[in-house]
Design a protein around this ligand. Structure first.
Ligand SMILES: [Zn+2]
Length: 375
């Protein structure tokens, strides 16, 4: 049993009632910062049953603000999922057409370069000085690298699911441990990871002093606006979710100072754009403060989301997620038992029917041939 502060508006401490219900292979620590101060935020229906249970949780860390599904997949399951033979990699490896012409990236330059407006006077990304290097982690087909290379960048990529980007760009199998890059990009990568903090720290080691990092992920703050819950977190590919406060805090913990939130998720933005959280950060030489209550934004976002949608069952509205999960699993168990009994009864009825047919069609011994006359 883990005792953790719920961190609700009254600030009351409650017991995270794992004795009432625990998801199979549930973690007790935050996968990023290792904190034990976890709070249940929602139920999560797992994609596959484990030990007969399918109910897990969406949880939040009170220390770093990370929102994640619990249980999380193992490292082996993750490696398989993203390999070229895996569920994620297979369709992407197959969809690997020839690269587009260089000139086609010119049209897109204005769009992507707007991400760097806040640092244009420090790092002119479209007219960079000689010798600047960029790493795109999870570069996909390499469209951003194509555009940066056209502007004069030395381009490097990391991608396990497809080959296309490496017809033009240098491939790395891991993030270098020494300062190498002026710019690192991780576009829609962190939500796929179990431990985003470990990767952000690797990026810090690979960045030159004063280098920049651009990260993007589905925006948890904007959930009440776009209402696409499964886009933000779904337990299949998107395992972790981020508010601005959480992302800024994780960046600060790993040696990055937030400079800008390009394309802010405010109501004035285009909805498609509003779904995304983007953060531009600079490698910091000193330790940085982290937000005081980093999980509050996620909690508020969920509250507003459920106000606009079908709402929550009363138990969950009151914060009794473990009791609610126990009831869900009990109902599922009862339905499963009834289905099993019905199946067995149906099978028994069918066997009886087959038996009756066999016995009923068999000719009786006295009906064969001409009946004998009794003496
Ligand atoms: Zn944490």
């Amino acid at each position: 049993m883990v005792v953790s502060p719920r961190g609700d508006h009254q600030g009351q401490a409650i017991v995270r009632a794992s004795w009432l219900y625990a998801a199979p292979e549930e973690r007790e620590r935050c996968p990023a910062c290792e904190s034990l101060r976890l709070s249940d935020l929602d139920l999560h229906e797992m994609w596959q049953a484990v030990n007969g249970r399918r109910t897990g949780f969406v949880e939040g860390c009170e220390d770093c603000g990370l929102v994640f599904v619990n249980p999380l997949p193992s490292d082996e399951a993750q490696a398989t999922f993203y390999s070229p033979e895996g569920e994620w990699g297979r369709p992407r490896a197959a969809d690997d057409p020839a690269p587009t012409a260089k000139a086609s990236t010119r049209h897109g330059a204005a769009a992507w370069s707007r991400m760097f407006d806040a640092i244009r006077h420090l790092l002119p990304v479209t007219t960079p000085p000689a010798g600047v290097r960029v790493l795109d982690f999870g570069c996909g087909p390499g469209k951003l690298l194509d555009a940066l290379q056209d502007c004069g960048w030395e381009t490097f990529g990391i991608e396990t699911a497809m080959e296309r980007a490496f017809r033009r760009h240098r491939r790395l199998v891991a993030v270098p441990a020494e300062p190498t890059f002026d710019l690192i990009v991780a576009s829609h990568v962190l939500e796929h990871l179990v431990n985003p903090l470990a990767l952000l720290r690797q990026f810090a080691s690979a960045s030159k002093p004063g280098g920049y990092l651009l990260v993007s992920a589905p925006g948890f703050d904007a959930l009440p606006l776009h209402r696409e819950y499964k886009y933000v977190i779904n337990g299949r590919a998107h395992l972790t979710a981020y508010t601005r406060a959480c992302m800024d805090g994780l960046l600060a913990r790993s040696g990055w100072q937030t400079v800008d939130h390009p394309g802010r998720n405010d109501s004035g933005a285009e909805l498609r754009d509003a779904r995304k959280l983007r953060v531009l950060a600079r490698r910091a030489s000193t330790s940085l403060p982290t937000p005081a209550r980093p999980l509050e934004a996620a909690r508020e976002s969920l509250r507003l989301f459920y106000r606009h949608t079908a709402g929550r069952p009363p138990l969950q509205r009151l914060g009794f997620f473990r009791l609610s999960a126990r009831l869900v699993e009990t109902r599922r168990q009862i339905r499963r038992d009834i289905a099993r009994i019905r199946y067995r009864l149906g099978l028994r009825a069918r066997l009886l029917e087959i038996y009756r047919r066999c016995v009923g069609t068999r000719p009786a011994p006295h009906s064969r041939g001409t009946p004998r006359s009794r003496p």
